[in-house]
Write a protein that binds this ligand. Structure first.
Ligand code: SAM
Ligand code: F3S
Length: 443
């Protein structure tokens, strides 16, 4: 009988990508297939995140719940991966002895061996080392069922923002070799992928070794080459760091048509004092200058960002500067988070005296402003023609289709299921808070 795998994923797109890879390696090694129901699973994996909140506590809480399943079926294996695993390592097994394997973001390709060793020895296996790029060489080739795909091109982060755990949990920046990425993209395109998202914790810090030439390619060069691969229609990349928005990369937004007119560029705050305390390495003016040059290269570019609200010492004046930046840049979307002190980071040592109610109120004001701008941009799209990728059936009404516009908005429309997986031209007929409605355009 085929063994079943259940994966619970927390956190960012990198983690979602890694979860897919966990499923791939276990499928390749043991023929395991995914299940939605933990009760049916032979292996349960938690892919954890420690960027915010009391993430480790949440993992132990969830682990407690699957423990009951193991009491009924002792052969059930439980694994913990991701950033909490990376930080806590063997401490997870010490606290939850029913956990069988603990692995980090850089060792997930070793899962089959870890599971095998656990079965052979009866002892929990822990491997949260950082064997650099080995992971990519050991992963099975991507299997594709959709017209869009994610491809990880670099891992880790060497920026060490004062509030963030990522450099400690995922290690320093490491890029995949240039030729490997191109081969994988060509392979994906052969399998029908038309829309590609290049992924990395700081994806624009990409520096891929070029085999024959002996040089190093940056993201701008990689984008130029990918755009030449037949079948690739649209390219996105995420997440970027403002310090890595080189002149070449900005220019690429003007010269590479296949690069979408959309960019997610985390700014975190509009106050120079707070940006310095966060060790972001740029000022608000420098950020605005990047945006000005991007708009000069690609006037229709839509911009989204990340904010942290309530960083220690943030005053009402600092926050007003953040609100001001939202308006001047005209952000179309933002992930905004309440600051959460992460053990082991320099900012965790700072005195945090802002009352929680105050932080919460600022967060609401910020989100309301971003929502208003998003709504205004959606309203302005009504009546326009948009080329969208039909991704599947609509969530609410499965007789309808759902599609994705270049600026990442969901567009629902009536149409035949055969359109799934292709690009169509749609006239936008209505703007709703979280999606748009459209109809197939007769050109
Ligand atoms: N590479 C990206 C950049 O240029 O900033 C960020 C990647 S980070 C994993 C994703 C987002 O999580 C950050 O942009 C930040 O807004 C948020 N984040 C990270 N640490 C945080 C913390 N301690 N508290 C609240 N939010 C945090
Ligand atoms: Fe974190 Fe800053 Fe890197 S937010 S992922 S340390 S760029």
């Amino acid at each position: 009988m085929t063994r079943k795998l259940y994966i619970r994923t927390f956190g960012c797109q990198m983690n979602e990508y890694d979860s897919d890879k966990m499923a791939d390696v276990l499928h390749a090694a043991e023929g395991m297939t995914l299940t939605e129901r933990p009760e049916d699973a032979d292996v349960i994996l938690f892919n954890t995140c420690s960027v915010r909140e009391k993430a480790a506590e949440r993992v132990f809480h969830d682990l407690g719940r699957v423990r009951a399943l193991k009491a009924v079926r002792p052969e059930l294996l439980i694994g913990v991966g991701g950033c909490v695993a990376s930080q806590e390592g063997a401490a997870i097994v010490a606290r939850a002895p029913y956990v069988d394997v603990v692995f980090g973001p850089q060792t997930l390709h070793r899962l089959p061996q870890l599971i095998e060793r656990r079965r052979a020895t009866g002892r929990a296996q822990v491997d949260v080392s950082f064997p650099e790029i080995e992971k990519f060489d050991r992963l099975p080739p991507p299997r594709v069922e959709r017209a869009s795909a994610y491809i990880s091109i670099m891992e880790g982060c060497s920026k060490y923002c004062s509030f963030c755990v990522v450099p400690y949990t995922r290690g320093e920046e490491v890029s995949r070799p240039f030729d490997d990425v191109l081969t994988e993209v060509a392979d994906l395109a052969d399998q029908g992928v038309m829309e590609l998202t290049l992924l990395g914790q700081n994806v624009n810090a990409y520096r891929g070794a070029q085999g024959n030439a002996g040089g190093v390619a940056d993201l701008a060069t990689l984008l130029e080459y990918i755009a030449e691969i037949p079948g690739v229609e649209r390219i996105r990349y995420t997440t970027s760091h403002p310090k890595e928005m080189s002149a070449r990369l900005i220019a690429a937004h003007g010269t590479i048509d296949k690069l979408v007119a959309q960019l997610h560029l985390p700014v975190q705050s509009g106050s120079d004092r707070i940006l310095a305390a966060m060790k972001r390495g740029y000022t608000a003016l420098e950020y605005k200058s990047i945006i000005r040059r991007l708009r000069a290269a690609r006037p229709d570019i839509s911009l989204s960002t990340d904010f942290i609200v309530g960083f220690p010492g943030e005053t009402e004046t600092d926050f007003a500067q953040t609100m001001n930046l939202v308006e001047t840049v005209g952000f179309d979307g933002a992930f905004s988070f309440l600051y959460s002190a992460r053990p082991g980071t320099p900012a965790a040592e700072l005195r945090d005296e802002i009352p929680p109610a105050e932080k919460q109120a600022r967060l609401m004001r910020l989100q309301a402003l971003v929502d208003t701008q998003h709504g205004a941009n959606s309203a302005a799209m009504v009546g326009t023609l948009q080329r969208v990728l039909v991704t599947g059936h609509a969530a609410r009404d499965t007789r309808e289709l759902c599609a994705r516009a270049a600026n990442n908005r969901v567009v629902n429309l009536a149409g035949a299921a055969q359109l799934i997986g292709s690009y169509v031209d749609v006239r936008i007929t209505a703007a709703l808070p979280h999606s748009l409605r459209g109809e197939l355009a007769v050109l």
